[in-house]
Design a protein around this ligand. Structure first.
Ligand code: ATP
Ligand code: MG
Length: 292
């Protein structure tokens, strides 16, 4: 298979008031065209940093990223990003938010009529045609997230980068969007890197799960190949021994091999942020407790 994206010996050091902070070291990863990769690891280990380096929003201190034979040094429309907090422009409708990105990529290449059809097509993929003329404050969180995904897909990116795209959604909306994304990916064969805190989500969606060690100086600990047939059905997989084996592998990496630093007496590595990793329900319950 063809390598589309290659991270070679990527490392990064941040300058902080307390001196240099080494967040990542020696991150090596080759991703093939059409692969769905999940990045999982404890809070603060460096997942978003990896994604931001691939997006071109951060510069690696060592090593580099090559996409389609070209070194990545800045953001580009061939790498669309879906952020966790959907980042739509509040004064534009769902349609206009997608239009903005489409114009950026296809101006001079598609006619006005073709652009309109393309915007509508992408909103249809995420089942948003009924509300496409509403503004972000008039639609739900799940719907905003769907518009964000439509906007990213409409750019026809070589790589879709998603930072916890479903993290803030309720379980039903999340399941629905995961299923839509699997369908879309089957049709379009997108290459995807998705950060998640959710073990079930990682196993259900991924071709490979990249598990990161705890920081500082985090790197890739293990990579798990998920050889489950597609299309995948969450209900059938719940009783599938192979699915449960994969789940167990990821849980054991996170909770045995990479116990979170602040679970041990030495809290020196603990990150400022604290988000729980777990299965759908565990993570949700913990989040709910924190909010309460
Ligand atoms: N601009 C920055 N300056 C200094 N330190 C930073 C900067 N960005 C990130 N870090 C640190 O680098 C480490 C990795 O951060 P990152 O946001 O990539 O973690 P993460 O794995 O995405 O965490 P989470 O799951 O909580 O989103 C953390 O210790 C963080 O505090
Ligand atoms: Mg992050």
């Amino acid at each position: 298979m063809k390598t589309l994206l290659e991270l070679t010996r990527v490392g990064i050091e941040f300058n902080t008031p307390k001196g240099a902070f080494r967040a990542l070291r020696d991150v090596d990863l080759k991703i093939n065209q059409g692969e769905y990769i999940s990045l999982i690891g404890h809070s603060g280990c460096g997942k978003s940093t990896v994604l931001n380096i691939v997006a071109g929003l951060l510069q690696a201190t060592e090593g580099g990223v090559v996409l389609n034979g070209k070194e990545v040094n800045e953001p580009g429309p061939e790498r669309a990003v879906v952020f966790q907090n959907h980042s739509l422009l509040p004064w534009l409708t769902a349609y206009e938010n997608v239009e903005l990105a489409v114009k950026q990529v296809f101006k001079g290449k598609k006619s006005k009529a073709d652009m309109k059809a393309w915007i509508e097509h992408n909103l249809e993929l995420v089942h948003m045609t009924h509300a496409m003329h509403k503004r972000p404050d008039e639609i739900s969180g799940g719907m905003k997230q769907r518009v964000g995904i439509a906007r990213a897909l409409a750019m026809e990116p070589d790589v879709l980068l998603m930072d916890e795209p479903f993290g803030a959604l309720d379980a039903l909306t999340r399941a629905h969007l995961q299923d839509s994304l699997m369908e879309i990916q089957k049709d379009l064969n997108n290459t995807v890197i998705m950060i998640t805190h959710d073990v079930d989500e990682a196993v259900l969606l991924s071709d490979r799960i990249v598990m990161m060690t705890n920081g500082p100086a985090a790197t890739i600990g293990e990579i798990l190949d998920i050889e489950l047939e597609r299309p995948r059905n969450r209900i059938q997989l719940a009783d599938d021994p192979q699915y449960n084996h994969y789940r167990h592998q990821v849980l054991s990496f996170l909770y045995e091999k990479q116990k979170k630093a602040d679970e041990s007496p030495d809290k020196s590595q603990a990150s400022a942020q604290d988000k729980s990793i777990g299965t759908d329900s565990v993570a949700r319950d913990k989040r709910a407790q924190k909010i309460a």
